[in-house]
Ligand binder design. Structure first.
Ligand code: TXA
Ligand code: MG
Length: 379
């Protein structure tokens, strides 16, 4: 694909030489924003895209102090920043800002809300968001910073948004071993959730140009720190009763097992599929399910039911029980940001069931409906 440079419009910041700024093509149904300066996408690829906020300018800054400060400012303002880690480039957002997290999913065109990894600069910061038992601490001390992600129970006052952990009570945490990532994390001061900085379905980016070709016009800033060293994602270990290898990656199983002194358990097969054996709560990246039954596509609200509403319409019977509206303005990104938190709040009222209004199957609606369907079948 020809990497046209037509989107490059001006240098971004006079203090930062070599900075370039991209402007997305103005949005219309015929010219989606992701066409920024690049060749036309195949129809098959286009089906996977979610329309995103358009007219976005993507700055590209060479790594350095100015870039770290710009990244921190952008994150604090709820923006999206791609930055290098030793494994792959990540697409970061303020972990505590549910709206920013929702924008990650829409920028990537992610079809589902997979839980994300929270990146922090040091162990003290990790322990503010997760609870580490002796084995988790041992692994953290042996391999952090480095290409290892640990899944641990969320800390009691964990500020990370429910959407970032997909409503789970566990959280995936890692300290990347990359000076640019570290500088950004320190300058920002909070946890940064970051999946790989590519469009959903594309391979993970190992240099800034890969990020640019996937995400220019869809995110705020790319910090260019050169090619990464590891090139595959981090290894993920679930620190459960038996530590479990959830994803092989940049750190070998053998090295982890040597430190643990025991073999890593294998995840149950088909752990992600709906018809799998039930798993112990919190064991896997399974799915948040409320205790109350969930009733989809509700057109009315029965006595004793709570309502998870969407959009401006009202349903017969809704005045009798608890109602939370994911987005009165029918904004799917806003609805995504509220989804898990609102489900939890309604569930806490112990309703007979949670009735859910119909949510359109477009944009982030696809991922919202996916999670709601799983919540509705999970018993
Ligand atoms: O190397 C990496 O890990 C890169 C860089 C950017 O840090 N990030 C990355 O993120 O690969 P992502 O979103 O592509 O992969 C995150 C993985 C997913 O497979 C997700 O299911 C798992 O982490 N995960 C996140 N939270 C989890 C949890 N609470 N329990 C189990 N798995 C979890
Ligand atoms: Mg990925």
């Amino acid at each position: 694909m020809k990497s046209g440079r037509s989107g490059r419009i001006r240098t971004c910041d006079p203090c930062v030489p070599n900075a370039v700024l991209y402007r997305a093509e103005p949005h219309s149904d015929k010219r989606p924003a992701y066409s920024v300066g690049f060749g036309a996408l195949q129809a098959a690829e286009m089906r996977n895209f979610v329309p995103v906020k358009t007219g976005f300018e993507t700055s590209i800054l060479p790594a350095g102090r100015a870039a770290a400060e710009a990244a921190a400012r952008t994150l604090a303002a709820g923006g999206l920043v791609a930055f290098p880690t030793e494994t792959v480039y990540g697409l970061g957002a303020d972990a505590a800002n549910a709206t920013a997290v929702a924008h990650i999913y829409s920028a990537k065109g992610r079809p589902a809300f997979n839980p994300l990894i929270a990146h922090v600069p040091d162990l003290a910061a990790a322990r503010r968001i997760g609870r580490f038992d002796a084995r988790a601490l041992k692994l953290a001390e042996a391999f952090w910073p480095g290409p290892l992600t640990l899944v641990v129970p969320k800390a009691d006052d964990c500020p990370v948004a429910d959407l970032a952990t997909a409503g789970l009570d566990t959280i995936a945490i890692r300290i990347p071993a990359h000076p640019v990532a570290e500088a950004i994390l320190r300058a920002f001061g909070g946890a940064v959730v970051a999946p790989s900085a590519n469009l959903s379905g594309h391979v993970s980016p190992t240099r800034a140009a890969h990020v640019e070709s996937d995400l220019a016009g869809r995110i705020d800033l790319i910090v260019d720190g050169g090619p990464v060293t590891v090139g595959v994602e981090s290894t993920i270990v679930g620190c459960f009763e038996a530590p479990m290898l959830l994803r092989p990656g940049g750190l070998s199983r053998e090295r982890i097992e040597t430190v643990l002194g025991t073999p890593l358990a294998r995840p149950p097969v088909e752990a992600e599929s709906d018809d799998s054996q039930p798993l112990a709560p919190g064991m896997m990246a399974s799915h948040y399910a409320p205790r109350a039954p969930v009733r989809l596509r509700a057109r009315d609200v029965a006595p004793g039911e709570a309502l998870l509403a969407f959009g401006p319409d009202r349903l017969p019977g809704q005045d009798a029980g608890a109602v939370m509206n994911l987005s009165p303005a029918a904004d799917l990104d806003e609805a995504a940001a509220n989804l898990f938190g609102y489900l939890r709040s309604l569930d806490a009222k112990a309703p007979r069931a949670i009735a859910v209004m119909t949510i359109p199957e477009e944009g982030l609606g696809e991922a919202i409906n996916d999670r709601l369907r799983r919540a509705a079948v999970a018993r």
